[in-house]
Design a protein around this ligand. Structure first.
Ligand code: NAD
Ligand code: DAU
Length: 361
């Protein structure tokens, strides 16, 4: 079996669902169930003996040692993290607790477990660290996309914590020989995306008749990848990646935020038009910028394509249509995640007096 951490979050739950849809190998799913973890994402696996869920913290050494010894996974995939940049700006500590201290403890447990394996089990074992393109910092408009050799230059507390954990993973390979793989992916979107992130927030706010808050001038660029393509890339790296290597994963899909939001509005105009006939674009509002906002991310995904033969299956046009349809068909999921804690976050983040909103007509 494989051990997946953070498998009740956005990408982790998509990964577990896709894994078990195409393979019989069981999954041990360890997740702390923070505000971002949601067992409802995994409802489709109820009664499926191939999925074992344990609520717990990657930093709980006793628990991790016990799980590793009793389930004897052939690989550990570390998705668990605090993942939202805006939250890291308001409260960095949790990010260092989980992303750095948690990863450190997890690595120690895994090293201990791996060092006792023998023969093919020891040789075949892998630790895969799910990381982000944000560790590379920000690109100027004319700079080439991030390759695996790009300098590590994180700018937010979130990306600094992810870079720190990636360095730990690298060091555990170089110092102790732990067989690690690291992936750096661009912005994901798709089903089960928590509506604090750009794409689901815009869909949910649009349908709720609320403003669509674009930070600054809305011209920041991200490189978008449909989540299931990220999952297939991780499977490919786990299967065939070179031990100790890093792999960039991206969709060759650079777009400014304002364009993303306009596409969402146009899809909603087509699929669920407003009763007054006015376009959802009228809800776009420019608000004050994110402090230290990275201007542009772009992934050069040639290495994974050339060495491992991976390419995304979805274009942005097909992926975003599927995503908007998913949110329209899953209003119950959306309303259940919009709990009291979610409302408190929205209030803190978007009702700040400095936000000086200008509604675009
Ligand atoms: P998410 O916030 O939706 O999910 C994170 C999950 O980790 C949640 O289920 C949460 O309960 C769990 N978790 C948090 N702290 C934990 C702890 N201490 N122990 C155990 N579980 C814990 O995040 P996501 O968007 O699914 O991202 C998953 C991973 O992929 C993260 O490592 C993130 O840095 C990376 N990543 C995300 C993106 C993206 O666009 N979302 C892109 C590239 C890389
Ligand atoms: O690049 C990969 C990263 O993508 C992951 O490592 C992170 O876990 C993930 O959260 C994401 O980080 P971003 O900061 O790029 O994603 P977010 O959805 O928060 O924002 C995307 C862009 O949209 C960014 O330029 C900020 C902008 N934005 C975001 C929100 C929430 C707005 O303009 N308004 C908003 O309300």
């Amino acid at each position: 079996m494989i051990l997946v951490t953070g498998g009740a979050g956005f990408i982790g739950s998509n990964f577990v669902l896709d894994w078990l849809a195409t393979r019989d190998e069981p999954v041990l799913n360890l997740d702390k169930l923070t505000y971002a973890g949601n067992l409802e994402n995994l409802q489709g696996l109820e009664g499926d003996g191939r999925h074992v869920f344990v609520q717990g913290d990657i930093g709980d050494t006793e628990l991790m040692d016990h799980l590793l010894a009793s389930h004897r996974p052939r690989a550990v995939l570390n998705f668990a993290a605090e993942s939202h940049v805006d939250r890291s700006i308001r409260g960095p500590e949790a990010f260092f607790q989980t992303n750095v201290q948690g990863t450190l403890r997890l690595l120690q447990s895994v090293r201990e477990y791996w060092s006792r394996l023998e023969g093919p089990q020891r040789q075949g074992f892998r630790f895969l660290q799910v990381s982000t393109d944000e560790v590379y910092g920000s690109l100027a408009p004319d700079e080439p996309a991030f390759s695996e050799l790009h300098r590590i230059e994180p700018n937010s507390p979130y990306s600094a914590s992810k870079a720190a954990s990636d360095h730990l993973v690298r060091a555990w390979h170089h110092t102790y020989g732990l067989p690690v793989l690291t992936t750096h992916c661009s912005n994901n979107y798709g089903p089960f995306h928590f509506p604090e992130k750009l794409i689901p927030l815009m869909i949910v706010n649009a349908l709720g008749g609320k403003p669509l808050p674009l930070y600054g001038d809305g011209r920041q660029v991200r490189d978008w990848l449909y989540v299931k393509d990220h999952c297939s890339a991780i499977c490919r790296v786990l299967e065939a990646g070179r031990v100790g290597d890093t792999y960039n994963i991206g969709g060759w899909n650079e777009k400014p935020n304002v364009e993303i939001v306009e596409v969402i509005c146009d899809l909603l105009d087509e699929l669920r038009p407003r009763s007054d006939g006015v376009s959802y674009r009228s809800q776009i509002a420019f608000v004050s910028d994110r402090p230290g906002h990275d201007r542009r991310y772009a992934i050069d995904a040639r290495k994974i394509e050339k060495e491992l033969g991976w390419r995304p299956a979805e274009s942005f046009e097909t992926g975003i249509r599927k995503t908007v349809r998913w949110y329209l068909s899953n209003a119950g999921w959306v309303s259940r995640v919009q709990s009291g804690a979610y409302r408190e976050w929205m209030q803190a983040q978007y009702a700040a007096p400095a936000a000086a909103e200008t509604l675009r007509q």
